[in-house]
Design a protein around this ligand. Structure first.
Ligand code: PEP
Length: 244
């Protein structure tokens, strides 16, 4: 089953708009049985959307680690869980770039999120092998099926020109990521981990991406803020049942 994740980032600007997008997606989502849809809104919208989530899954776009020290401004994995989130995005390139998140910090967050029972959407970019090695350090193979790896090069995000990464390159990166996972864990474990792509995926390039790459899902930024565009992507994924 394909995993399709909406990363709303710091959008939409008002709750009413968030509810409108969410409810339109939800209305159609009930009929789409071959795809898992996860909406990751800003933290503040989670409680409102959680009430009416039905088949849609919710995720946070980040979280801190659990701990006994005070962490001003942070949201912990258990807080996310208590508002109905099942997933959390960690290691997004915008967090690495603008908030100086290091691999060590991301590793700590991933461990804490997994311990709390959240599924992790772990983003890696230009240096996937190294980021995987450091980000997943010390994690047991047994919990790895709860992690999806997103290959999302910074240069491909929100380009306005569609995806700049060609299918052949994506196939190559998927193999590289699988090999890195195989080396770190085992072949059996690596086969249970979804490898997905993010970077300017839209309703126009999704058909090619589905046909010419074997990605297990997609992370959608810009195009997920329009329910009609997002639903077109989700519907294409729903029709394409191929899985790992
Ligand atoms: C993202 O930043 O996670 C993303 C996928 O954005 P976009 O689809 O806008 O490139």
């Amino acid at each position: 089953m394909k995993l399709v994740i909406a990363n709303w980032k710091n959008n939409p600007k008002i709750l009413a708009q968030a509810k409108r997008i969410f409810l339109s997606v939800k209305k159609r989502a009930g009929q789409l049985k071959n795809v898992e849809i996860v909406i990751c809104p800003p933290f503040l919208y989670l409680p409102e959307l959680s009430i009416s989530r039905s088949r849609l899954k919710l995720g946070g776009q980040d979280c801190s680690w659990e701990g006994s020290i005070p962490l001003t401004g942070e949201v912990t994995p258990s807080m996310l869980k208590s508002f109905g989130a099942e997933y959390v995005i960690l290691g997004h390139s915008e967090r690495r770039r603008y908030f100086q998140e290091t691999d060590a910090v991301i590793n700590r967050k991933i461990k804490s999120a997994l311990k709390t029972g959240l599924k992790v959407i772990f983003c890696v970019g230009e240096d996937p092998r190294n980021q995987i090695k450091k980000g997943l350090k010390g994690i047991r193979g047994g919990v790895m099926p709860q992690v999806a790896i997103v290959y999302e090069p910074l240069s491909a995000i929100s380009t306005q020109k569609g995806s700049l990464v060609v299918p052949a390159e994506l196939r190559q990166k998927k193999t590289l990521i699988q090999n890195a996972l195989k080396q770190m864990f085992s072949r059996t474990v690596s086969q249970k981990i979804k490898i997905i792509y993010g970077g300017s995926v839209d309703e126009k390039n999704i058909k090619t991406l589905l046909k010419e790459t074997e990605m297990d899902g997609f992370l959608i930024g810009q195009a997920s803020l329009s329910s009609s565009r997002f639903l077109k992507i989700v519907q294409f994924c729903n029709r394409n049942r191929r899985t790992t």
